[in-house]
Design a protein. Structure first.
Length: 392
């Protein structure tokens, strides 16, 4: 039995972060129902809808119903779903769900045990509450972007969304799990308020203490984890590719220096040196790494007991032997598309592991079946479809 089997989740994510949150609930057994808008196609894309949906990682283990929440009968359908639901997640800007009569204060009257998670940029109130923003805006306001990049250069934009995934999506998942645990004690649901900016600030738990203590503002390229130190840095190789060195602990730096025949550089990690001196060490290490290709260095360092890694491209990552061994790339059969590759499950439980039971489907693929489950007969469903309250 999967841990969340028997739990219903209503997914109003409308975007990647919230859909990533509910994906984990689905992976471990929850009946996740996407509440999709009355639009039958992915806007701007003339593609095979079955194929597109099947490949979307965050669509897996979910069903879909189309509901027009601007339609009064559509709102009635939602309430009937809420009566049976355990969790609802929404990712709209503050005020949108209230205008649709689907806010927490309204729906908790329908189901007091409902856990209602809201993901918004800045939270439901405060001076920024109504401002639109995206991931790069949150990490810039949150101070994270100021730390990414080379000294005296511009900030670098990370492609793997920090605020969206590491911030709001995972904090949303944690919040839902905490609320579910609390419900076991209180019998009541609650509102889970997750702001992207708050989540980014939370990720500064490593940098903030020193700033709070000293008042010194960390700058990109000038701290131990942003390229100041030769033992935690990125180096170019002979073939134009790159490797990473992360010898934070002295023994790993010792081993690296010994491996490349530069024992004279060990001393620089033993006591403070001016940045200018460290730059010289970085340059000397760079002169060593430029003599061989990335893969030659990777093979060389595998048995040297030091923290070293190649900068891989996605095709290399998805064929890496460790990645495959850990089943982080899997193939799943789809009745219309055939074999579809998916990212595997990163959370591996010994007794109740998750699974990919089914792949993503186009919007509205399960509308009629879901309506049957909440008490609508075929004639009533036909009326709802004709009125536009629901779609299929």
């Amino acid at each position: 039995m999967l841990p969340f089997e028997g739990m219903m989740v209503l997914d109003f994510a409308r975007g990647y972060p919230g859909a990533y949150t509910t994906m984990f609930l689905g992976d471990f057994g929850a009946d996740v129902i996407r509440i999709d808008p009355p639009v039958s196609q992915i806007l701007g894309q003339d593609i095979n809808q079955d194929e597109w949906a099947a490949y979307q990682t965050v669509y897996r283990n979910k069903r879909s119903i189309i509901i027009d929440l601007k339609n009064r009968e559509g709102q009635v359908v939602l309430r009937r779903l809420v009566e049976k639901a355990d969790v609802l997640l929404e990712g709209f800007r503050p005020g949108v769900m209230a205008r649709l009569n689907a806010d927490y204060e309204t729906l908790k009257e329908v189901n007091p045990r409902l856990i209602y998670c809201s993901l918004s940029g800045f939270g439901p109130d405060g001076p920024y509450a109504s401002i639109p923003a995206h991931d790069m805006n949150y990490i810039s306001l949150g101070g994270v972007l100021s730390l990414i990049g080379q000294r005296n250069g511009p900030p670098y934009l990370p492609s793997n969304f920090i605020a969206d995934i590491g911030g709001a999506a995972l904090h949303g998942l944690i919040g839902i799990l905490i609320a579910l645990f609390a419900r076991e004690k209180t019998g009541q649901g609650q509102f889970v308020d997750i702001a992207y900016l708050d989540s980014v600030i939370s990720l500064l738990a490593l940098e903030a203490p020193n700033y709070f203590r000293t008042g010194e503002v960390p700058r990109r390229g000038e701290t131990g984890f942003t390229g100041r130190d030769p033992w935690t840095n990125v180096y170019k190789c002979k073939d134009g590719e790159y490797i990473t060195v992360a010898c934070i602990e002295p023994q790993f730096w010792d081993n690296l220096c010994q491996a490349i025949g530069r024992e004279d550089l060990i001393q620089y990690q033993r006591q403070p040196y001016p940045v200018g001196e460290l730059d010289k060490v970085t340059a000397e290490i760079a002169d060593v790494f430029i003599t061989k290709s990335r893969d030659e260095w990777w093979r060389f360092f595998k048995d040297k007991e030091t923290c070293f890694g190649p900068v891989q491209y996605l095709n290399e990552t998805f064929s890496d032997p460790q990645v495959l061994h850990r089943r982080m790339v899997v193939e799943v059969d789809h009745p219309k598309v055939g074999k579809v590759k998916q990212i595997g499950l990163p959370i591996k439980l010994s007794d109740t592991p998750g699974e990919i039971r089914n792949l993503g489907v186009p919007n509205g693929a399960h509308t009629e079946g879901i309506l049957n489950e909440i008490g609508y007969d075929d004639s009533e469903i036909e009326v709802l479809l004709r009125s536009g309250a629901v779609g299929a």
